[in-house]
Write a protein that binds this ligand. Structure first.
Ligand SMILES: Cc1cc2nc3c(=O)[nH]c(=O)nc-3n(C[C@H](O)[C@H](O)[C@H](O)COP(=O)(O)O)c2cc1C
Length: 356
């Protein structure tokens, strides 16, 4: 095994250069993130929709309860991993993005990871928390350059790390505006990672680690991407089939049962492609006769369902998946879902990845 790089993200250095990707709704909650942080990686809670089954959520107070739920999740993960590195994944497209970022910072998170839209205002929302590292997710050097310029100009701040997520294999919403980008080799990690490392060295002239995400499963994948200059990996799908993952048992079983033909890329209500399982809900959506539950909370700043009644309420569909409803849920997956064969433990995955 090649030597592992040291991944320093702002003031935080996890024992291992492995980030567990944020997975909403409630797939990576406080249990999974706490277990990963305790094992020496970066544990990431996904902030989206944490209110959905909170005892104080009454159907009308979603944003207030989300803020509370974000804070509670950070504190619960911290209890599980007092010395670990914890991140909150806040999607820039969320209506309450600013509140979620602030709540995570106030509650003592170490890192904010932010994608699903360019997180142009992130430094503003986190400005009172200089120890909190800010990490955007991009799929191209062009997007990284836009963020670097804007953050530099407006806030005098650079990203503390940059995650490159390839739409070719990743789970959930993909960093692609068009369907054809999802299979475009120009967006492969093998192409974007070295280009981004070079851009940071030659143009930004700063020490910003590049973290690769999408389709990474084992140590061989890690060593390959480290050899191209990445200093960390972010993995989502692999951490779903763990005892500690916060998703319901049916969600995990869907991963174990999935075969390649079950994986589909759809246009999500947000207007970007997303990779998901072709369950009864997605089959109906593809056929054009999906029935949506009512809008849960106007939680997105761009949502086709809210704007014109087409597509479906993605929040409700993701909550249904988390709760394990195979008929009505939206089960996001990465292409590696076909490799999920059994329930593992977070410690077991780390043992295999880092020989610990
Ligand atoms: C079920 C699921 C939900 C996800 N939700 C989010 C999310 O809320 N925010 C986000 O930035 N990325 C999300 N992702 C992407 C992951 O954080 C991660 O970057 C990606 O899955 C990496 O690819 P891999 O699954 O092949 O390891 C999600 C992925 C999955 C599988």
């Amino acid at each position: 095994m090649a030597k592992l790089p040291v991944l320093r993200i702002g003031k935080h250095t996890p024992r291992y250069p492995v980030i567990q990707g944020g997975m909403g709704v409630k797939i990576s909650g406080f249990r999974l993130a706490g277990a990963v942080a305790a094992s020496g990686g970066v544990g990431t809670i996904a902030s989206v929709g944490l209110a959905c089954d909170h005892p104080l959520f009454d159907g009308n107070n979603y944003f207030d309860i989300n803020e509370i739920a974000v804070s509670e999740a950070v504190k619960a993960s911290r209890t599980a991993a007092p010395d670990g590195v914890l991140a909150m994944n806040c999607m820039a497209v969320l209506t309450d993005y600013d509140r979620q970022v602030r709540s995570a910072c106030v509650s003592g998170v170490d890192i904010i990871v932010s994608g699903a839209g360019l997180p142009m205002k992130l430094p503003e929302y986190a400005r009172d928390f200089p120890d909190v590292a800010l990490v955007p997710i991009v799929s191209s050097v062009k997007a990284a350059d836009l963020i670097v310029r804007k953050w530099g100009k407006l806030y005098g701040r650079l990203p503390d790390a940059i995650i490159v997520e390839t739409p070719l294999y990743a789970g959930g919403h993909l960093g692609a505006t068009k369907m054809e980008h999802v299979t475009d080799p120009a967006f492969a990690l093998e192409n974007v990672v070295p280009d981004l490392v070079k851009y940071i060295e030659d143009t930004v002239k700063a020490d910003i680690p590049v973290i690769a995400a999408g389709g990474i499963w084992d140590r061989e994948d890690m060593d390959m991407i480290f050899s191209l200059g990445a200093r960390g990996v972010q993995m989502g799908t692999r951490f779903v089939c763990t005892e500690e993952c916060d998703a319901g048992a049916r969600f995990k079983q869907a991963y174990i049962d999935a075969i390649a033909d079950d994986v589909e890329v759809i246009m999500s209500p947000v207007g970007i492609p997303g990779r998901a399982l072709k369950n009864p809900f997605i089959k109906k959506y593809i056929e054009g006769d999906v029935e949506s539950k009512p809008c849960m909370a106007a939680c997105l700043s761009h949502c086709k369902y809210l704007e014109n009644g087409t597509t479906f309420c993605i929040a409700q569909a993701l909550v249904d998946a988390y709760l394990g409803d195979w008929e009505t849920g939206l089960f996001f997956v990465g292409s590696n879902v076909v490799k999920c064969k059994k329930l593992d433990t977070v410690a077991g995955i780390f043992r295999e990845l880092v020989g610990n």
